[in-house]
Write a protein that binds this ligand. Structure first.
Ligand code: KIV
Ligand code: NA
Length: 264
């Protein structure tokens, strides 16, 4: 089995082969996703929500994300592991972006980083790429900007289409190896995908992107409450885990666990 590298994703774009990206936040799940053959794992700042329980991704810090990256890298030796740069750790300057990204590469063992923004963040992408750090860009709905975007809304509608296309071209020209497009009309995402030479990774961006990404808890049915329209639930991990925990507790209380076969 080969280790996934950035140039493999480039080749797949050229060949028209789709691939799946998934988030991961720890060793145990990364191992499962490695076994499932997921080539690209993102330690998303969505850890803010699904690991730490914050309402948005805004408060999560590098110190909170770094240990998660270490676990994922150890669990999935063949995956390309991308570390998401948290809000406030790269926007100020290319130098700030470099300092943060280098921590994720050196201390976390990540193979690439992701950051949010198009044209406005192109200088950061160029600086990271020049320093040998592959960058996955993220345009369309960018959750770290939820406060300026006015909530979780589809981006690139009407006049927004031109800006979205400009952002996609800007990140490609700055050297990004791929670009996530979040909550973008399917037709526009298809248009951008055909225009770019780097792979597009859709989330709520229709079926014409080169790849797709989902938060694994959404994908596997391990979220509490309502999920976005773009989510498909491919399992019922939450129900499974709840049932297992309840069964365990009931057998402990009832005295049937541990049985003789579990005893010395
Ligand atoms: O943080 C995250 O999980 C993400 C993906 C869903 C694209 O940014
Ligand atoms: Na993110």
């Amino acid at each position: 089995k080969r280790k996934t590298r950035v140039h493999h994703l480039q080749t797949m774009k050229a060949e028209g082969t789709r691939w799946a990206e998934l988030t991961a936040y720890d060793y145990s799940t990364a191992r499962i996703f490695e076994e499932a053959g997921i080539p690209v794992l993102l330690v998303g700042d969505s850890a803010a929500n699904v690991v730490y329980g914050y309402d948005t991704t805004v408060p999560v810090t590098v110190d909170e994300l770094l240990p998660l990256v270490r676990g994922v890298v150890r669990g999935a030796p063949h995956a390309l592991v991308i570390a998401d740069l948290p809000f406030g750790t790269y926007e100020a300057s290319p130098e700030q972006a470099l300092t943060t990204a280098i921590r994720f590469m050196k201390e976390g063992g990540a193979h690439a980083v992701k950051l949010e923004g198009g044209e406005r963040i192109a200088p950061q992408i160029a600086a990271l790429t020049a320093a040998g750090i592959p960058v996955q860009a993220h345009i369309g709905f960018t959750p770290q900007s939820v406060n300026t975007l006015g909530g979780f809304r589809v981006q690139g509608r009407g006049d927004g289409a031109e800006q979205l296309i400009a952002d996609a071209i800007a990140v490609q020209e700055a050297g990004a190896f791929s670009v996530v497009m979040e909550m973008v009309p399917a037709e526009l995402a298809g248009q951008v995908t055909r225009k770019l030479t780097i792979p597009t990774v859709g989330i709520g961006a229709g079926n014409e992107c080169d790849a797709q990404v989902l938060v694994w808890q959404d994908m596997a049915g391990y979220t509490n409450g309502k999920t976005a329209k773009f989510v498909k639930k491919f399992g019922s991990v939450g129900d499974e885990l709840r049932n297992a925990a309840a069964q365990y507790a009931s057998e402990v209380v009832g005295g049937s666990f541990p049985g003789p076969e579990h005893s010395f």
